[in-house]
Write a protein that binds this ligand. Sequence first.
Ligand SMILES: [Zn+2]
Length: 173
Amino acid sequence: MAGHSSALLAAVLPHYDLIVCAARTAAEEAAHYGGFHVGAAMRVIMPSGGYKVFKGGNQKPSPDVKKICAERVAIDRARTAGAVRVEVVVVTGKLKRDDESGQMGETLHPCGVCRDEVLTDPLIQDDTLIITVLHANDGSIPSADLAGVKIELHTRGSLWSFHGDHAHHTHGH
Ligand SMILES: [Zn+2]
């Protein structure tokens, strides 16, 4: 890969620790019968005004149990802890075609269920940064300059439009 645009790097490098956290979480916490390990890490604002990080790994230990995505594990933990809002979400995993939209980005995007449930959660805002990182989940840690690491930067709106999701109503429910 030739390298990232300077704008992308400037936007994602401040969140390097969160990217590492998501990669570690995929390796340590995800449980998938087929080895499709996904890690999510969220930087959230707490009622004190301080920041905390919540993480989660996907759970699908056998083919016959319903999947629980990494993003949902992480946001459930943040909500339970009383988070006020999510500033940044990082998702790491291997690339896979989206089951719902049939689209494939350059990195693994939140699935259709997460786009409907996690991205419409009141903790996620229009300006919440969503960083998706292609990662083999082999226990390796992305290098500190993120050279050679495939990364995309989204908002929920850009994900919804990429996947052609139906209009989302985030008010009044
Ligand atoms: Zn999902």
